[in-house]
Design a protein around this ligand. Structure first.
Ligand SMILES: Cc1ncc(COP(=O)(O)O)c(C=O)c1O
Length: 475
């Protein structure tokens, strides 16, 4: 954004003036928005600071910017419209729930997208490319896709629904039918539909604390109040939920009980039973988000699903994103027939129908004979990566940190015991190239960070642990 044209046709300060004006016209700079400091601009343009000052003087004289002591240089709000021809103050429209990106996370995401040699990305919530099963696709024509469309109704592409239902019934001893399964464009769309259709503005929802649902703007935008119930090594502390149900008039409980994002913890069976019976008692539906379902790697038995304990009262959500990559955009929810139908109907009315293309491709991936074998290999590799990380944590950080050993998924939640962490510590780690998700992202101020160990090669795990060591011992 802060680059001058290579071809010099005018004085540099004039080019800077023109660049700022163009950014305003294109809506890249909005009224009230702050410009970077002069020194930073000079460095970006590769010019003397005095040249930047000259350009800013000019822009100030034109009324385009204002300089405020202590606040820096801002695009003039009052003059908006005079020099751009536009009359809408878009900035005021853009201040809703979808415009509150944390600056720290902005930086982390940018670095994750353009990693230099130094960066270790344990932040991104996906498998690295090398672990995603590589499945050959059938040769299929455009027309073949269109023919398949006849097998699609409001709930989605029938062959894929059949495959998912068969898989769930077989693996989880459920007895679902295809009319109880709605295919969605990822698990997040399933959540979105549930919020839009089953809840109303002002309703209260209980979630785990910490939780990856906490930062999602889809709740805030719909006016949903979120309340966190603390999580320990056995998942949500259900004994604290009842008070909350009464006090906050909870309308729904939303949990991620298997290999939870971000704590990696798995809800114990007694807690699951307690949760199900409490919600039955108060007639509150449970939404069970199980996106990591396939990624268990413990020797213990697979965790029993809440859906298995109470098929009527639990809406179950799954997704292919965590095994086939986030761009797959195939998820599903299983709910009582009437609920599934209503959600499908609402989606149709919102005109969010699901394209046939990813559904046919997902169906083909799931029926690939290699699929099960590759998932097995993936589980083994995840376990190996978890153990490598834990080995280094033990060796270099010992009692300075604590964590629950994840039995599946790909997150380890590292709690720093040695000392109180501040924002500056996370900045320091970031400067060293250590990309993690700090606890404040998930609605808690605890001394913790989420590490995606699936993304760490042996070498990276060692490097990251050493960086965390440096951060902890920094004076
Ligand atoms: C717990 C949890 N639920 C839902 C989602 C969203 O999944 P999808 O990519 O299928 O929309 C994620 C993705 O990070 C997640 O971690």
């Amino acid at each position: 954004m802060w680059q001058l044209p290579e071809k010099k046709t005018k004085a540099i300060y004039q080019s800077i003036v023109e660049l700022v004006m163009n950014h305003i016209k294109a809506g890249r700079l909005l009224p009230g928005e702050k410009l970077p400091p002069e020194r930073q601009l000079a460095a970006a343009f590769g010019v003397n600071r005095s040249t930047v000052v000259h350009a800013l003087d000019e822009l100030e004289a034109m009324g385009v910017i204002i300089r405020k002591q202590g606040s820096g240089t801002l695009i003039n709000e009052g003059k908006w419209g005079i020099y751009t021809g536009a009359s809408t103050n878009w900035r005021s429209y853009l201040s809703g729930a979808f415009n509150h990106r944390d600056p720290y996370l902005e930086k982390v995401s940018q670095l994750a997208k353009n990693p230099g040699g130094r960066v270790i990305d344990a932040y991104t919530g996906e498998l690295p490319l090398e672990l995603i099963p590589s499945l050959a696709l059938p040769s299929i024509s455009w027309n073949d896709f269109l023919v398949e469309e006849s097998l699609q109704d409001e709930l989605g592409y029938l062959p894929l629904r059949q495959q998912i239902v068969t898989h769930l019934n077989h693996e989880r001893e459920l007895s679902l039918t295809t009319d109880q399964l709605l295919l969605t464009s990822g698990a997040q769309q399933a959540l979105f539909l549930i919020i839009q259709v089953l809840l109303q503005s002002g309703d209260a929802v209980a979630i785990e604390e910490p939780s990856s649902f906490y930062p999602l703007p889809i709740f805030q935008a719909a006016g949903i109040r979120l309340y966190g119930v603390p999580v320990d090594g056995q998942g949500m502390k259900v004994e604290l939920l009842e008070q909350m149900i009464i006090k906050r008039k909870i309308k729904m409980v939303l949990v991620n009980p298997n290999f939870q994002n971000p704590t990696g913890s798995t809800m114990s069976l007694p807690r699951r039973k307690q949760l199900v019976s409490l919600c039955q008692q108060y007639q509150i539906p449970i939404v069970e988000d199980d996106v990591f379902s396939q990624l268990y790697f413990s020797e213990k038995d697979k965790p029993v699903l809440l859906k298995q304990l109470d098929s009527e009262n639990v809406i179950y959500i799954g997704s292919l994103s965590k095994i086939l990559g986030a761009t797959t955009k195939i998820g599903w929810l299983s709910a009582p027939v009437k609920v599934a139908q209503q959600l499908a109907e609402a989606r149709k009315e919102m005109d969010f129908t699901l394209s046939i293309f990813p559904q046919v491709l997902a169906s083909s991936a799931l029926s690939n004979r290699q699929f099960d074998q590759q998932i097995k290999v993936l589980r083994q590799e995840l376990k190996r990566r978890r153990d490598v990380l834990i080995g280094y944590l033990k060796e270099f950080l010992g009692r300075e940190v604590s964590y629950v050993v994840p039995e599946g998924g790909y997150y380890l939640w590292l709690q720093v015991e040695k000392r109180t962490l501040k924002q500056g510590d996370f900045d320091f780690l970031l400067e060293l190239g250590g990309l993690v998700a700090p606890s404040f992202t998930f609605g808690v101020n605890r001394q913790s960070l989420r590490i995606n160990f699936a993304r760490l090669t042996h070498k990276d795990a060692l490097r990251l642990v050493k960086l965390i060591h440096k951060m902890i011992y920094k004076s």
